[in-house]
Design a protein around this ligand. Structure first.
Ligand SMILES: [Zn+2]
Length: 315
């Protein structure tokens, strides 16, 4: 080994000096992060209560009186000028589940760029009726009074505000699910009695083609069922996520071509539990990030084509 030169010694002395200083420089944030933050870690998180005032502002009506959050400025900026807005809520599709299942959601991955996504935090308890109720009121459970999908809202709802301003809404979901029993009940139009998500989508498309609906909100229900039955990170859950992605791939471009700005989100997430018999299942309702952090992706409408888009009627 060569004898170290004077220069090398000097450099080493400076290094030693810097290393000695380092513990005292903790207040200064590192210039280069050692590791890129996880996809979720870099995203802004807004309260679920921000959805209703955001939709109200986009459609130019007052927010329901009791809203508990301001609108989301970034969404307002990106979707300003929208004449129609659609919320697509994939039941139980939490942010952590999407992170784990990204190889099953190529369509949604492609929609979500760095500047058109964030996260929402569900209100408590993190269950479906309470959070879809929040999306249409801007209120948490103490304000809405919702305990089941048949509850009567104890506060003003966005759908009634829109109606008072001459606009119409549609609320859609499967038979005996929140999308129909709660959202459909408060909306002007719904498609009751549909057993599956594809039938709901076909019914929604028929209604949207016939009537002008300024606001549409739809619940995709199968994901929650499968996650409960097999666990949210199971192989069955992965397949359910792929089906939800295919549903989005059909519905999103169709609605955008009909002039809708799109908001994709979920009501809550899920966490894994182990049953007494040792099998894996899924649950939600808690205040944990797994149950409460959900994706938020927004897209403007696309200019309507000169020909009206072909209607897709799934089986
Ligand atoms: Zn559930």
């Amino acid at each position: 080994m060569n004898k170290p030169s004077r220069e090398t010694l000097t450099v080493n002395a400076i290094r030693l000096f810097l290393v000695t200083l380092l513990p005292f420089s903790c207040a200064v944030p590192p210039v280069v992060a050692s590791e890129a933050p996880s996809r979720g870690g870099a995203l802004q998180t807004y309260p679920m209560q921000a959805i209703a005032p955001t939709i109200a502002a986009l459609l130019g009506v007052p927010a329901p009186k009791q809203v508990e959050s301001p609108p989301i400025e970034q969404v307002l900026k990106d979707l300003q000028g929208s004449k129609k807005v659609a919320i697509l809520g994939v039941d139980a599709f939490g942010a952590a589940i999407w992170n784990r299942m990204r190889d099953k959601t190529p369509y949604l991955n492609g929609l979500a760029a760095a500047n058109n996504q964030a996260q929402l935090r569900s209100v408590l308890p993190s269950v479906t009726c309470v959070n879809f109720g929040c999306m249409i009121t801007g209120g948490s459970q103490k304000t809405t009074g919702i305990t089941t999908f048949d509850s009567k809202l104890a506060c003003e709802d966005l759908l009634s505000v829109l109606r008072a301003h001459g606009m119409r809404s549609g609320g859609f979901g499967r038979k005996d699910y929140t999308g129909d029993r709660l959202l459909g009940r408060y909306a002007d139009l719904s498609v009751p009695g549909k057993a599956g998500d594809l039938e709901v989508m076909a019914g929604l498309m028929e209604v949207v083609e016939e009537k002008t609906l300024e606001f549409v909100i739809v619940q995709y229900g199968k994901t929650d069922d499968v996650f409960h039955a097999h666990g949210p990170f199971s192989q069955e859950a992965a397949e359910a996520c792929a089906e939800a992605d295919a549903w989005l791939k059909t519905l999103v471009p169709w609605l955008r071509a009909q002039g809708y700005a799109i908001i994709i989100t979920a009501d809550h997430g899920q966490h894994e539990i182990t049953r007494n018999n040792g099998t894996t299942a899924g649950a939600h309702g808690s205040a944990s990030d797994l149950d409460c952090l959900v994706p938020l992706v927004w897209l403007p409408s696309v200019a309507p084509a000169t020909e009206s888009p072909k209607t897709f009627h799934p089986q």
